[in-house]
Design a protein around this ligand. Structure first.
Ligand SMILES: C[S@@+](CC[C@H](N)C(=O)[O-])C[C@H]1O[C@@H](n2cnc3c(N)ncnc32)[C@H](O)[C@@H]1O
Length: 387
């Protein structure tokens, strides 16, 4: 590589990094035959709020990752430029390409640049307050309140959830303060977000309780609630099914594992909750029973593993929805967030209805489905003790 090309690359690389415009650098076509080095990818990353350069050296069977500050990173890039045959660098506005055959540095407009700007504009419409302290403590934003690149999907997911919850809770008849229980609260992303949104953005009186099996998560979340001065947010340790004394007005369960979703729905129904919202996770309980139903006309529906798995998910969630309706809820099933972000994207939203529902009919529909697919029982039936 000619020295003026090399200097130009280093100059653009440095400037793009400093102005937050550097996306990615790729070097390939390593010249040394002794090493099985396939490519090196360089990206800016945030490590504990400090921006550094991440170098991933990809060998035939392993990757080696090293983080470097700008000065060392520039030295390392300069060294590598003399031993690779192909170089490309993507910045917000441009794409730079060089290879040893043409030996010229080509610069073209980055066709993704418009999209990047659009994404940036969209951020203004997000419902979450990016400056809220819990987002920083949970590692979603940095000290300046900017979303950390690798967490942008999580941030969008939380926003979408808040958008849905805002609309569901606005249309329900709830007390003041509204009492919300989040069953299987985990690290508390959604619990904190909902609390902060209702309390600090909507100025609503709320009491939010996370229920979680794992002691260390409960301790962390309670400590974080204290740091953020979220006085009516607390987390309790325990199993969802063991919560006899709880009176949930709004019962949430997001990605609670397998039958923990049923325990949460049962807790909501037993508490006569006005709103029950759940996003099911894995669906093992019904899947196991489907194996017995591989006779007769429906057997082709269960022939292929992946299709069978999806059937199990559909049957599990349809029965959940029917049982909710049998207990007086108007139920909707919707997509929580695009499947591009997570396959666990179904949301069951149930709001207690003031008008009487035809429960016999709904229970009969459950029995019909079970008979058709050779299902002995759905865990939610047991949790509700309706059988
Ligand atoms: C996949 S995480 C989801 C966390 C959170 N709801 C979210 O969507 O980010 C599921 C959490 O539920 C908890 N969990 C599973 N079964 C539970 C049960 N029966 N009672 C209480 N917590 C449970 C797990 O320990 C885990 O932290």
């Amino acid at each position: 590589m000619k020295s003026n090309t090399r200097d130009r690359i280093l100059e653009v690389f440095k400037k793009s990094f400093e102005t937050n415009n550097l996306h990615k650098v790729k070097l390939s076509g390593y010249e040394s035959p002794e090493e099985d080095l396939k490519a090196v990818i360089i990206k800016p990353v945030l490590i504990k709020d400090t921006k550094v350069l991440q170098y991933v050296h990809s060998y035939a069977t392993r990757d080696v990752t090293k983080n470097k500050e700008l000065k060392d990173g520039l030295d390392h890039l300069e060294e590598m430029l003399s031993s690779f045959n192909n170089f490309s660098m993507v910045t917000t506005e441009h794409v730079y390409q060089w290879n040893s055959k043409t030996s010229r540095l080509f610069k073209s407009a980055n066709s993704q640049a418009v999209k990047t700007n659009q994404d940036h504009d969209k951020q203004k419409k997000y419902m979450l307050d990016q400056q809220s302290p819990y987002l920083k403590e949970l590692g979603i934003t940095n000290a300046s309140g900017n979303i950390i690149g690798s967490k942008s999907h999580k941030f969008k997911q939380i926003n979408k959830y808040i958008e849905i919850m805002d609309s569901v809770l606005s249309s329900a008849d709830l007390s003041d303060p509204v009492r919300i229980h989040d069953a299987g609260s985990g690290k508390g992303y959604l619990t904190f977000a909902l609390y902060d949104y209702l309390k600090n953005t909507k100025d609503r009186k709320v009491e939010v309780t996370g229920i979680e099996l794992r002691k260390e998560l409960v301790e962390k979340c309670n400590a974080l609630a204290e740091t953020c001065k979220y006085t009516s947010l607390k987390f309790i340790e325990g199993g969802i099914a063991d919560q006899e004394a709880i009176e949930a007005e709004v019962l949430l369960a997001l990605h609670a594992c397998d039958t923990a979703t049923d325990d949460a729905i049962a807790l909501g129904i037993k508490s006569n909750a006005s709103v029950i919202v759940c996003s099911p996770c894995c669906h093992k309980q019904i899947r196991k029973q489907l194996s017995k139903g591989t006779q007769g006309s429906i057997s082709p529906l269960l022939k292929y593993g992946i299709i069978k798995e999806r059937q199990a998910e559909i049957i599990t969630d349809v029965i959940r929805s029917l049982l909710l309706e049998a207990h007086g809820y108007k139920t909707k099933v919707m997509e929580f967030i695009s499947s591009e972000h997570t396959p666990k994207n179904l949301l069951i939203v149930a709001v207690k209805s003031k008008s009487l529902q035809d429960s016999t009919n709904k229970l009969q529909e459950v029995q019909n489905i079970k008979k058709e697919f050779g299902i002995e029982y759905h865990y939610l039936e047991k949790a509700l003790k309706t059988i």
